[in-house]
Write a protein that binds this ligand. Structure first.
Ligand SMILES: Cc1ncc(COP(=O)(O)O)c(C=O)c1O
Length: 378
């Protein structure tokens, strides 16, 4: 099994094969012990979400690479795809569950989505966040009317407190990824991609707990199993990748990363997403902090888009692949999953890069030359 960093990939799937320490993987949908109804999820969430735009990246087109489209969930309601899963989960609550209220734990995007949906449905919401939460995301949750509790130095510490709180008060804990309603909600993106890109041949998706990549992979493998699903993790937020290697959920120390939305473990009792990712993802890619920053800068300079670090990892992998001119047929979709970043963080990242010119982007290597860090004077 090949392993790598900065967009290098590991594990082209060979059905039924095993790596060291791994269980058999890549068996596809038939290996899963549960089924998701994405069409029903789509009907449920339609009143609450936006059908997000798809932008063709002509700057990156070449005979070798083929067409590349960005799916802009950064322009989704609440600024990330998370509203899809939250809407599907909260809409499924019974009347007495709604009246007792919901609890969530989130480094930002899930909390923002739960707060927004809870306000729309008249459900009281309490959101636990780790102390390092992005202030923009925290204030958005408070503005939506949720009670925000700062708890713990890591995501996992905040989650433990959120679970205790929910249990003590009989409130529903809204899992950020390992929940069939949430996964089905995120999977509706896959249905949109299949409709919008007839020759879709691969999708690059940010990966943390696996609700997003698991849901989209489910949509694709159920309908067009030949579409390649590539999951992209930040090198400094790789709990799922390590869990796949170990064949069971593993806890790894949380590291600081530009992709803070991707931090945290996959849950010791993971029930759904580890299996989904193991069975349905064809390839994994890891990207460095440098590549993530370069992708955020690229999104601004080329597309005038504000993209957060966690939302930029798949774009980072796509830029690295395009830079290598790796031969591909058909069209590639790249999930830009969120745009919630504080102004201070964004300006700091953007300040490191010169504006890129289209001709230089076309010859992109690693990191794309147009996005090389600016040399500091003096
Ligand atoms: C912007 C963004 N992208 C991607 C992800 C990864 O989603 P998942 O945890 O479902 O893998 C998250 C998770 O919070 C996120 O906030």
């Amino acid at each position: 099994m090949e392993e790598g960093h900065n967009g290098a990939t590991w594990g082209p799937r060979r059905p039924g094969t095993r790596g060291k320490g791994e269980r058999a993987r890549g068996q596809g949908l038939q290996a899963l012990s549960f089924r998701l109804d994405l069409v029903e999820a789509r009907r449920t969430i339609a009143p609450f979400v936006r059908r997000t735009p798809l932008v063709r990246m002509r700057e990156l087109d070449s005979a070798a690479v083929g067409a590349i489209y960005l799916k802009l969930e950064s322009l989704q309601v609440t600024g990330s795809f998370k509203i899809r899963g939250a809407a599907n989960r909260l809409a499924a609550l019974r009347a007495e569950e709604r009246s007792r209220g919901v609890v969530a734990c989130s480094s930002g995007n899930h909390g923002k989505a739960v707060a927004h949906m809870a306000a729309l449905l008249g459900i009281p919401a309490t959101i636990f966040v780790p102390r390092w939460v992005d202030p923009t995301k925290q204030s958005a949750m408070e503005t939506a009317g949720a009670q925000v509790v700062l708890a713990g130095d890591t995501y996992d510490e905040a989650e433990a407190q959120a679970l205790d709180w929910a249990l003590a008060r009989g409130m529903t804990f809204v899992q950020p990824f390992d929940d069939p309603w949430v996964v089905a909600g995120q999977g509706t993106i896959g249905l949109e991609l299949l409709e919008d890109i007839p020759d879709l041949s691969r999708v690059l998706i940010p990966l943390s707990g696996g609700g997003l990549a698991g849901g989209i992979a489910y949509a694709l493998k159920e309908r067009r199993p030949e579409v390649e699903v590539v999951a992209v993790s930040a090198e400094r937020a790789r709990a799922m990748v390590e869990s796949l290697r170990a064949g069971a959920p593993v806890e790894i120390p949380e590291e600081e990363t530009l992709a803070e939305a991707l931090s945290g473990g996959i849950g010791r009792e993971n029930r759904y997403t580890l299996a989904l990712i193991r069975e349905l993802v064809d390839r994994h890619s890891l990207v460095s902090e440098e590549a993530i920053a370069a992708a955020m800068a690229y999104a601004f300079h080329e597309l005038h888009l504000v993209v957060e670090g966690g939302g930029a990892v798949a774009l980072a992998a796509a830029l690295l692949e395009a830079g290598r001119g790796q031969p591909r047929g058909g069209s590639t979709a790249v999930l830009v999953s969120g745009g919630n970043v504080s102004m201070a963080r964004w300006v700091e990242v953007l300040g490191r890069y010169d504006p890129p010119g289209p001709a230089r982007i076309r010859q992109a290597s690693h990191p794309p030359p147009a996005l090389r860090p600016r040399r500091r004077r003096g």
